[in-house]
Design a protein around this ligand. Sequence first.
Ligand SMILES: NC(=O)c1ccc[n+]([C@@H]2O[C@H](COP(=O)([O-])OP(=O)(O)OC[C@H]3O[C@@H](n4cnc5c(N)ncnc54)[C@H](OP(=O)(O)O)[C@@H]3O)[C@@H](O)[C@H]2O)c1
Length: 490
Amino acid sequence: MNRIDRSKPTTIVIFGASGDLTQRKLVPALHTLSCRELLSPDTRIIGIARSDYSDEAFRENLYEGIVEHSRAASGPDDVCQLWPDFSKNYTYMSGDLAELETYRRLGDRLEAFDRESDTRGCALFYLAVPPTLYTMIVERLGRSGLNRSDKGWRRVIVEKPFGHDLESARRLNQEIHQVFDEDQIYRIDHYMGKETVQNIMSFRFANAIFEPLWSRNYIDHVQISVTESVGVGHRAGYYEQAGVLRDMFQNHLTQLLTLTALEPPVAFEANVLRDEKAKVLRAVSPITDSVRGQYRAYRDEKEVAADSDTATYAALKLQVDNWRWRGVPFYLRSGKNLALKSTEIAIQFKEVPHLMFQADQDISPDVLSLCIQPNEGIHLRFQAKEPGAGMQTRPVTMEFHYAEHFGAGALPDAYERLLLDALNGDASLFARADEIELAWSLIDPLLEQWEGEEAPPLAFYEAGTWGPSDADRLLARDGRAWHQQCCTET
Ligand SMILES: NC(=O)c1ccc[n+]([C@@H]2O[C@H](COP(=O)([O-])OP(=O)(O)OC[C@H]3O[C@@H](n4cnc5c(N)ncnc54)[C@H](OP(=O)(O)O)[C@@H]3O)[C@@H](O)[C@H]2O)c1
């Protein structure tokens, strides 16, 4: 973060300022950026929602979120020292976003800020509202002329989910494009803001030794696992409609897939990088092997139908059909209520072609694990000779941990990075329209299949396990097995 420019004076407008995302993520991230002097002190933040707050009540509400969630809040005292100063920049406007009058008042405020401070017409609109409101707000911003400014830039951040399927994502893109140009639109997937996700690119392209091995010549297969240890909880109503494919695969797992598989971009620039990501998605063959699971107690959750068919677990096998990856399967899995919370990419290398040691020895192939979270780091498992006579070998692991090398708490929250990038006009870590649609076009046929007669059977699994045994069989058919997750809490 230190080598990133501090933002220039801007007005940030948060639509949905009384909501969960604002309190838990956005404002704690903005506060940390202020504490690290990465946010210009002339930044003005306007929160809008229907709830009736005074500026003071709004700030008190935000303060609670900061104490609990901001990385800069190592203790309440820290926050107390800085918050009274920063909090003056936060104001609240009560209003219904369906009404044009709200946007007229917002326009007046933006102009007042431009007169009072150095914001020069620059404004970032953050849609922290239910997805059903995205189009309406964008349309009203356009009708009120707030999508453009003669003096400075205007940008909009759109939260996930972006669409419900390919058709709705396309429609949403079209509707937003009627008001904003593509380079004004920042579609967020907070996974891209994670340091360890960005490090996939540093690991591959800032080192000379790994990239030559990064292909079908040396890699046997890739496993991408995003496992959660909790059930659907209070999100059951949303989840019942979405299911695991929409909730995790169309966005987070696809991002991890593209960064693992992409060709070296010629520059770390938004469109260059996103071109390469899009090429990966274009190369993925239609997915034919999938497992659909549900944890046993799911149907007992509140707001879940007693005969619900919603999948809370999925495992897929897919092929990236290009020169680099032809014949290397990518196995993706994600689910709720599993044994551990962990996100990990395991690259399994091919077996040695000839074994000159004792034939009875079981030599497991080398595995490189990129630990996205928790216990962020990288592990390389390889064979080492056991000390003593003979030539017995055994797997050992070399490990790098962020906390050890950079200190505990060194990893920024994803929203810190993404907010700062959006303020600085860097869209590299945000999804472009075509990328979103390509990701949906991978998942859409599977959604259709799962809702039709060809659906794989719904495999039930116990909470606290690694999911249904069908997922083990998916790999066993290819003579492979899921790796034990190594990115677990130490
Ligand atoms: N929460 C998370 O961790 C998270 C994570 C990833 C993505 N997201 C996405 O972020 C968005 C916001 O999520 P959230 O969890 O913060 O939702 P939330 O807690 O339900 O908040 C929704 C906000 O929208 C406001 N709102 C609704 N209708 C309005 C209207 N007609 N006019 C003005 N304001 C209106 C609500 O305020 P009033 O009721 O006061 O008007 C509230 O401030 C969603 O798209 C969600 O999918 C959230």
